[in-house]
Write a protein that binds this ligand. Structure first.
Ligand SMILES: [Zn+2]
Length: 200
């Protein structure tokens, strides 16, 4: 009495076309692995174990990174919450690229006399623009009033100022307050010997 012949049931690998149990002897076992895991995992238990381990690693890595980022977020939130809850008012300070703190520009006109060489003197007027005065217009008026050259130039800090040729120090305040009533006299300063003094 012979055994009933088992129907032949050979699974052929779709990648290397060998019977699946011979994949490991094929040309490229690595290429077969995904197919094996999908279609014939029982033939390669080691492969399955390896794959499971990899997945576990992946998942735990993922969990770890999630854990890290969420704890970072928590730290940030905590910092924000504590700064928001602090009683000190938040100061609006802008930091310039050099790390200097940019102060809000005080609304004032600063007039400085600069002697360029022994004879030539320039009166520099800064800040009229802070009172809504158009500098090109002011420059023309100053030049006309004092019969001299006046021009809008960029100062050392890149802010525009008016350079008036000649020493007009002692007439200029009255002219400014008369011409531009929006500029109060007590907002006009002279720079004298490096010190800032109120002009009136
Ligand atoms: Zn194969």
């Amino acid at each position: 009495m012979s055994e009933k012949p088992q129907p032949e049931r050979v699974l052929y690998c779709a990648v290397c076309s060998l019977p699946a149990e011979y994949c490991e002897f094929g040309a490229d076992f690595e290429a077969c692995k995904p197919w094996i895991l999908q279609n014939a995992p029982e033939l390669y238990p080691d492969l399955v174990r390896e794959a499971n381990k990899k997945n576990v690693d992946k998942v735990s890595n993922k969990l770890e990174s999630v854990g890290i980022s969420s704890s970072r977020n928590n730290a940030k939130l905590t910092a924000e919450a504590s700064s928001a809850g602090a009683s000190e008012p938040k100061q609006e300070v802008k930091r310039l690229p050099g790390g200097k703190i940019k102060k809000k520009l005080k609304q004032e006109v600063v007039i400085e006399k600069i002697v360029r060489n022994k004879r030539k003197c320039v009166t520099v007027v800064k800040g009229l623009d802070l009172f809504g005065v158009k500098l090109s217009d002011a420059s023309k008026k100053l030049g006309k009033k004092f019969a001299t050259g006046a021009s809008v130039v960029k100062g050392p800090t890149d802010k525009e100022q008016i350079d008036v040729q000649g020493d007009i120090f002692y007439d200029i305040v009255e002219f400014i307050t008369n011409t531009w009533p929006d500029v109060p006299g007590n907002a006009i300063y002279f720079i004298e010997d490096g010190r800032k003094v109120v002009a009136v």
